[in-house]
Design a protein around this ligand. Structure first.
Ligand SMILES: C[S@@+](CC[C@H](N)C(=O)[O-])C[C@H]1O[C@@H](n2cnc3c(N)ncnc32)[C@H](O)[C@@H]1O
Length: 244
Protein backbone atom coordinates (compact mmCIF):
# COMPACT_ATOMS: atom_id res chain seq x y z
CA UNK A 1 0.00 0.00 0.00
CA UNK A 2 1.36 3.38 -0.97
CA UNK A 3 1.40 5.77 1.96
CA UNK A 4 2.61 8.74 -0.04
CA UNK A 5 0.50 11.88 0.07
CA UNK A 6 -1.12 12.60 -3.27
CA UNK A 7 0.26 15.76 -4.80
CA UNK A 8 -1.85 16.70 -7.78
CA UNK A 9 -1.71 19.77 -9.89
CA UNK A 10 -4.56 20.92 -12.08
CA UNK A 11 -3.76 20.69 -15.75
CA UNK A 12 -1.05 18.07 -15.38
CA UNK A 13 0.02 17.28 -18.94
CA UNK A 14 0.12 13.54 -18.28
CA UNK A 15 -3.65 13.64 -17.92
CA UNK A 16 -3.35 11.21 -14.99
CA UNK A 17 -4.39 13.73 -12.39
CA UNK A 18 -7.86 14.55 -13.52
CA UNK A 19 -10.66 14.39 -10.95
CA UNK A 20 -11.69 10.84 -11.84
CA UNK A 21 -8.23 9.47 -11.26
CA UNK A 22 -7.86 11.39 -8.01
CA UNK A 23 -11.15 10.04 -6.68
CA UNK A 24 -10.19 6.50 -7.64
CA UNK A 25 -6.88 6.77 -5.78
CA UNK A 26 -8.57 8.24 -2.70
CA UNK A 27 -11.36 5.66 -2.72
CA UNK A 28 -8.95 2.75 -3.06
CA UNK A 29 -6.74 4.10 -0.28
CA UNK A 30 -9.64 4.53 2.15
CA UNK A 31 -11.07 1.14 1.16
CA UNK A 32 -7.77 -0.36 2.29
CA UNK A 33 -7.77 1.65 5.53
CA UNK A 34 -11.40 0.99 6.42
CA UNK A 35 -11.03 -2.22 8.43
CA UNK A 36 -8.48 -0.81 10.87
CA UNK A 37 -9.77 2.77 10.84
CA UNK A 38 -11.58 2.78 14.18
CA UNK A 39 -8.70 0.99 15.91
CA UNK A 40 -6.29 3.68 14.72
CA UNK A 41 -8.54 6.76 14.70
CA UNK A 42 -11.52 5.93 16.92
CA UNK A 43 -12.56 6.02 20.57
CA UNK A 44 -10.05 3.39 21.70
CA UNK A 45 -7.16 4.66 19.59
CA UNK A 46 -4.25 7.00 20.35
CA UNK A 47 -6.44 9.70 18.75
CA UNK A 48 -9.21 9.20 21.33
CA UNK A 49 -8.71 12.57 23.02
CA UNK A 50 -8.92 14.43 19.69
CA UNK A 51 -12.03 12.44 18.76
CA UNK A 52 -13.63 13.26 22.11
CA UNK A 53 -12.94 17.01 21.67
CA UNK A 54 -14.33 17.07 18.13
CA UNK A 55 -17.42 15.14 19.14
CA UNK A 56 -18.01 17.48 22.10
CA UNK A 57 -17.70 20.40 19.73
CA UNK A 58 -20.16 18.94 17.21
CA UNK A 59 -22.58 18.02 20.00
CA UNK A 60 -22.53 21.65 21.19
CA UNK A 61 -23.25 22.83 17.63
CA UNK A 62 -26.19 20.40 17.40
CA UNK A 63 -27.60 21.47 20.78
CA UNK A 64 -27.48 25.11 19.69
CA UNK A 65 -29.48 24.19 16.58
CA UNK A 66 -32.12 22.06 18.30
CA UNK A 67 -32.17 18.74 16.46
CA UNK A 68 -30.74 19.73 13.08
CA UNK A 69 -30.97 17.66 9.92
CA UNK A 70 -27.33 16.76 9.29
CA UNK A 71 -25.21 15.72 6.30
CA UNK A 72 -21.72 14.36 7.05
CA UNK A 73 -19.59 14.52 3.88
CA UNK A 74 -16.65 12.10 3.99
CA UNK A 75 -18.17 10.42 7.04
CA UNK A 76 -15.75 7.49 7.00
CA UNK A 77 -16.85 4.86 9.53
CA UNK A 78 -19.55 7.19 10.85
CA UNK A 79 -17.68 8.01 14.04
CA UNK A 80 -18.97 11.58 14.31
CA UNK A 81 -22.44 11.14 12.90
CA UNK A 82 -23.19 8.22 15.22
CA UNK A 83 -21.83 10.17 18.20
CA UNK A 84 -24.28 13.02 17.59
CA UNK A 85 -27.19 10.90 16.40
CA UNK A 86 -29.22 11.40 19.59
CA UNK A 87 -29.17 15.17 18.96
CA UNK A 88 -30.25 15.28 15.31
CA UNK A 89 -33.61 14.93 13.59
CA UNK A 90 -32.01 12.98 10.74
CA UNK A 91 -28.44 12.18 9.72
CA UNK A 92 -27.02 11.19 6.36
CA UNK A 93 -23.39 10.15 5.97
CA UNK A 94 -21.79 10.13 2.52
CA UNK A 95 -18.42 8.71 1.62
CA UNK A 96 -16.50 7.85 -1.51
CA UNK A 97 -15.29 4.57 -0.02
CA UNK A 98 -17.74 1.64 -0.03
CA UNK A 99 -15.66 -0.13 2.63
CA UNK A 100 -15.87 2.87 4.95
CA UNK A 101 -19.62 2.90 4.43
CA UNK A 102 -19.78 -0.83 5.23
CA UNK A 103 -17.98 -0.14 8.52
CA UNK A 104 -20.33 2.76 9.26
CA UNK A 105 -23.37 0.55 8.63
CA UNK A 106 -21.87 -2.12 10.86
CA UNK A 107 -21.39 0.40 13.69
CA UNK A 108 -24.88 1.76 13.19
CA UNK A 109 -26.36 -1.71 13.65
CA UNK A 110 -24.32 -2.23 16.81
CA UNK A 111 -25.36 1.10 18.33
CA UNK A 112 -28.40 1.11 20.57
CA UNK A 113 -30.84 2.97 18.37
CA UNK A 114 -33.60 3.40 20.91
CA UNK A 115 -32.65 7.04 21.56
CA UNK A 116 -31.09 7.74 18.18
CA UNK A 117 -32.63 9.54 15.26
CA UNK A 118 -32.62 7.87 11.85
CA UNK A 119 -29.10 7.80 10.50
CA UNK A 120 -28.26 6.44 7.05
CA UNK A 121 -25.00 5.95 5.26
CA UNK A 122 -24.48 5.96 1.53
CA UNK A 123 -21.63 5.75 -0.95
CA UNK A 124 -21.30 9.07 -2.74
CA UNK A 125 -18.82 11.67 -3.93
CA UNK A 126 -18.82 15.18 -2.51
CA UNK A 127 -18.25 16.44 -6.05
CA UNK A 128 -21.68 15.23 -7.11
CA UNK A 129 -23.58 16.55 -4.10
CA UNK A 130 -26.97 17.91 -5.10
CA UNK A 131 -30.49 18.50 -3.82
CA UNK A 132 -31.46 14.80 -4.11
CA UNK A 133 -30.79 14.40 -0.38
CA UNK A 134 -32.91 17.42 0.48
CA UNK A 135 -31.72 20.44 2.42
CA UNK A 136 -29.79 20.43 5.67
CA UNK A 137 -29.43 22.56 8.79
CA UNK A 138 -25.87 21.36 9.25
CA UNK A 139 -23.27 19.99 6.83
CA UNK A 140 -20.13 18.52 8.39
CA UNK A 141 -16.73 17.85 6.81
CA UNK A 142 -14.73 15.99 9.44
CA UNK A 143 -11.17 15.93 8.12
CA UNK A 144 -12.38 15.12 4.62
CA UNK A 145 -12.03 18.33 2.54
CA UNK A 146 -8.24 18.07 2.44
CA UNK A 147 -8.53 14.80 0.54
CA UNK A 148 -10.59 16.32 -2.25
CA UNK A 149 -8.94 17.51 -5.42
CA UNK A 150 -10.96 20.71 -5.72
CA UNK A 151 -12.40 21.78 -2.33
CA UNK A 152 -13.73 25.03 -3.80
CA UNK A 153 -15.79 23.08 -6.34
CA UNK A 154 -17.21 20.98 -3.50
CA UNK A 155 -17.99 24.06 -1.39
CA UNK A 156 -19.70 25.54 -4.46
CA UNK A 157 -22.21 22.66 -4.38
CA UNK A 158 -23.35 23.53 -0.87
CA UNK A 159 -25.66 26.55 -1.29
CA UNK A 160 -28.54 24.52 -2.82
CA UNK A 161 -28.07 21.84 -0.15
CA UNK A 162 -28.26 24.21 2.82
CA UNK A 163 -31.45 25.43 4.44
CA UNK A 164 -31.81 29.21 4.61
CA UNK A 165 -30.21 29.41 8.05
CA UNK A 166 -28.09 26.33 7.47
CA UNK A 167 -24.48 26.06 8.51
CA UNK A 168 -21.37 24.18 7.39
CA UNK A 169 -18.79 23.04 9.94
CA UNK A 170 -15.50 21.95 8.44
CA UNK A 171 -12.85 20.41 10.68
CA UNK A 172 -9.49 20.94 9.06
CA UNK A 173 -5.86 20.40 9.86
CA UNK A 174 -3.96 23.68 10.10
CA UNK A 175 -0.85 23.54 7.89
CA UNK A 176 0.74 26.32 9.99
CA UNK A 177 0.92 24.09 13.04
CA UNK A 178 4.67 23.54 13.59
CA UNK A 179 4.31 19.78 14.10
CA UNK A 180 2.29 19.47 10.87
CA UNK A 181 4.66 21.78 9.01
CA UNK A 182 7.69 19.80 10.20
CA UNK A 183 6.15 16.51 9.11
CA UNK A 184 5.42 17.99 5.70
CA UNK A 185 8.88 19.45 5.41
CA UNK A 186 10.50 16.15 6.39
CA UNK A 187 8.03 14.44 4.04
CA UNK A 188 6.92 12.10 6.80
CA UNK A 189 4.50 9.77 5.11
CA UNK A 190 0.93 9.94 6.14
CA UNK A 191 -1.27 6.86 5.92
CA UNK A 192 -4.18 8.87 4.57
CA UNK A 193 -3.82 10.19 1.04
CA UNK A 194 -4.29 13.85 1.80
CA UNK A 195 -4.18 16.16 -1.13
CA UNK A 196 -3.60 19.59 0.38
CA UNK A 197 -3.98 21.06 3.87
CA UNK A 198 -5.91 24.31 3.88
CA UNK A 199 -5.13 27.08 6.36
CA UNK A 200 -7.79 29.44 7.78
CA UNK A 201 -7.07 32.36 5.41
CA UNK A 202 -7.16 30.16 2.32
CA UNK A 203 -10.27 28.40 3.55
CA UNK A 204 -12.03 31.72 3.99
CA UNK A 205 -11.13 32.68 0.41
CA UNK A 206 -12.35 29.34 -0.96
CA UNK A 207 -15.63 29.71 0.92
CA UNK A 208 -16.21 33.22 -0.38
CA UNK A 209 -15.51 32.10 -3.95
CA UNK A 210 -18.13 29.39 -3.41
CA UNK A 211 -20.73 31.95 -2.31
CA UNK A 212 -20.50 31.15 1.41
CA UNK A 213 -19.63 33.39 4.36
CA UNK A 214 -17.11 32.34 6.94
CA UNK A 215 -18.82 33.23 10.22
CA UNK A 216 -16.61 31.65 12.85
CA UNK A 217 -13.32 29.84 13.27
CA UNK A 218 -12.29 27.94 16.36
CA UNK A 219 -9.07 26.12 17.29
CA UNK A 220 -10.00 22.60 18.28
CA UNK A 221 -7.01 21.12 20.00
CA UNK A 222 -5.48 24.25 21.43
CA UNK A 223 -5.51 23.05 25.02
CA UNK A 224 -4.44 26.44 26.31
CA UNK A 225 -6.57 29.57 26.07
CA UNK A 226 -3.86 31.75 24.57
CA UNK A 227 -3.37 29.43 21.62
CA UNK A 228 -5.55 31.02 18.99
CA UNK A 229 -5.82 31.19 15.22
CA UNK A 230 -3.36 34.05 14.92
CA UNK A 231 -1.00 32.98 17.68
CA UNK A 232 2.57 31.87 17.19
CA UNK A 233 1.59 28.24 17.74
CA UNK A 234 -1.49 27.56 15.62
CA UNK A 235 -3.58 24.53 16.58
CA UNK A 236 -3.29 21.18 14.90
CA UNK A 237 -6.90 21.35 13.80
CA UNK A 238 -9.53 24.05 13.62
CA UNK A 239 -13.25 24.24 12.92
CA UNK A 240 -14.55 26.72 10.36
CA UNK A 241 -18.23 27.65 10.27
CA UNK A 242 -19.79 28.77 7.00
CA UNK A 243 -23.24 30.11 6.20
CA UNK A 244 -25.10 31.39 3.16
C1 LIG B 1 -9.58 11.22 7.01
S1 LIG B 1 -11.06 10.36 6.62
C2 LIG B 1 -12.18 11.05 7.82
C3 LIG B 1 -13.34 10.16 8.07
C4 LIG B 1 -14.27 10.63 9.19
N1 LIG B 1 -14.84 11.93 8.90
C5 LIG B 1 -13.51 10.65 10.49
O1 LIG B 1 -13.07 11.72 10.90
O2 LIG B 1 -13.34 9.57 11.09
C6 LIG B 1 -11.57 11.18 5.12
C7 LIG B 1 -12.79 10.52 4.49
O3 LIG B 1 -13.22 11.33 3.41
C8 LIG B 1 -13.63 10.48 2.36
N2 LIG B 1 -13.54 11.23 1.10
C9 LIG B 1 -12.41 11.69 0.51
N3 LIG B 1 -12.72 12.33 -0.63
C10 LIG B 1 -14.07 12.26 -0.75
C11 LIG B 1 -14.98 12.73 -1.74
N4 LIG B 1 -14.55 13.38 -2.80
N5 LIG B 1 -16.29 12.51 -1.56
C12 LIG B 1 -16.74 11.82 -0.46
N6 LIG B 1 -15.91 11.34 0.49
C13 LIG B 1 -14.60 11.55 0.35
C14 LIG B 1 -12.67 9.32 2.42
O4 LIG B 1 -13.15 8.17 1.75
C15 LIG B 1 -12.51 9.13 3.92
O5 LIG B 1 -13.42 8.21 4.44
Amino acid sequence: MSKRPIRHTCGDSTGLHHAGHHSTVVREAFDRLADGWDERHGWQSPQAEAVRRRVEYLRAVCRARDRPRVLDVGCGTGLYLLAISDLVSEGIGLDLSPKMIDRAEHSRHRQDNSTCAPVRFSVGAAESLDARWGRFDLVIFGGSLEHMRDPSQVLGRLPPVLKRRGEVVAILRDPRNPATALRRWLRVKDETPWHRHIGPAEFQRLAETAGLRCIWMQPLDAGKAWWSMGAIWPPKTYAAHLAL
